[in-house]
Design a protein around this ligand. Structure first.
Ligand SMILES: NC(=O)c1ccc[n+]([C@@H]2O[C@H](COP(=O)([O-])OP(=O)(O)OC[C@H]3O[C@@H](n4cnc5c(N)ncnc54)[C@H](O)[C@@H]3O)[C@@H](O)[C@H]2O)c1
Length: 180
């Protein structure tokens, strides 16, 4: 019986899920991948088989209802994050949601309200906060070495141009930003 470890379900078995979520969660001895959900059932099946999950689903609602999961990764296109996260929370499941949390503030608020009602945790995949550089800088600030911070300047980098041009990544309705 797979009940001593945290029961993990993956929703949206695309490239980021495989590269980041599965490859790292499966390094944690207390985590067991129970099920994989993807609207593309062939993809769900292939990823479940490759990473040792017993079950795969096309419908994430069914997966959440049947599998008694402790937590899910939400790695679908952005416009689906809120519905999936809220559904998981309403069924007592913690959520690790990819960034962006949602496609607008109202959708993000829906997740926050559901989290508060469910008293469950939501973690957003803001992975750059956990780089050694960011963690070191935060420690340095917390220790007071920079004194009172009265101005901050933020920047961003993109190493490889516009991501996924022509895919959902640049479609405003799905990604939250991009082209109409
Ligand atoms: N944290 C980071 O650095 C980082 C990097 C890349 C992507 N992301 C985020 O990860 C998420 C996924 O990006 P990706 O590059 O893996 O995209 P992707 O297109 O490779 O994968 C998305 C997957 O979701 C599936 N899907 C679509 N609708 C679904 C549904 N209703 N139910 C279940 N599955 C469904 C698709 O079939 C696909 O397999 C996005 O939110 C993206 O912004 C974060």
């Amino acid at each position: 019986m797979k009940n001593e470890k945290l029961r993990y379900g993956l929703i949206g078995a695309g490239s980021n899920a495989i590269k980041k979520h599965l490859s790292n969660y499966l390094l944690i001895p207390d985590v067991e991948l129970i099920a994989v959900g993807d609207v593309n059932i062939e993809q769900a099946k292939a990823v479940a088989e490759q990473y040792g999950a017993d079950s795969f689903y096309q419908n994430y609602e069914e997966m959440i209802k049947l599998e008694k999961l402790d937590f899910v990764s939400v790695c679908t296109p952005n416009s689906l994050h809120a519905d999936i996260a809220v559904y998981a929370l309403e069924h007592g499941v913690h959520v690790h949601c990819e960034k962006p949390l949602a496609i607008n503030g109202a959708e993000a608020q829906r997740i926050v309200h559901a989290k508060n009602r469910a008293k469950k945790k939501v973690m957003v995949g803001l992975n750059n906060r956990f780089t050694n550089e960011a963690a070191y800088l935060k420690k340095f600030i917390d220790a007071g070495h920079l004194g009172e911070i009265y101005k901050a300047r933020a920047g961003w980098i993109r190493r490889s141009g516009i991501p996924g041009r022509g895919t959902w990544f640049t479609n405003k309705q799905v990604a939250g930003g991009g082209y109409d």
